[in-house]
Write a protein of this length. Structure first.
Length: 147
């Protein structure tokens, strides 16, 4: 059995958010604080993108693998179609970070993930996490960004 949720809550601000006290526990505020530092428009949470992210987080947790493709027929494009997402999109995945702030910080330190988070075209996102039953403290993360 897997546990997981969309919009995980952060425990502490990351180095990218040292001045953003209101963002401590709100993933959208955390994400928008990062984007604001780069003069980018804010993003809003989207239920369809969240659904795609949760599906991916659960698949990774069930397989014990961090990947954009976990299992045959479950590629990114297929998952987006299943969630009803249309248009350009991108995905960030990670594992092991203990909070939303930590995973955002890790993604900002990775060129490809950072590019996705700072893409000015993306105005919506979905964030989710899941843990495997045998490692309930190990978190698999997925974020899907879209128009």
């Amino acid at each position: 059995m897997l546990t997981g949720a969309a919009l995980a809550l952060a425990a502490a601000p990351s180095l990218w958010l040292a001045d953003e006290a209101e963002a401590d526990e709100n993933p959208t505020a955390l994400f928008n604080a990062i984007r604001k530092r780069y003069n980018l428009p804010p993003v809003d949470n989207d239920p369809k993108l969240e659904q795609a992210a949760l599906y991916q987080a659960k698949r990774m947790a069930s397989r014990g693998k961090v990947s954009h493709s976990v299992g045959w027929g479950n590629g990114f494009a297929s998952r987006l179609r299943q969630a009803g997402v249309r248009g350009p999109a991108a995905e960030n995945v990670a594992a092991g970070q203990r909070s939303t702030a930590d995973v955002f910080d890790a993604w900002m330190k990775s060129a490809g993930h950072r590019k996705n988070m700072l893409d000015p075209e993306f105005r919506h996102y979905g964030l989710a996490w899941a843990t495997p039953e045998d490692k309930p403290r190990y978190i698999y993360w997925a974020m899907v960004l879209g128009l």
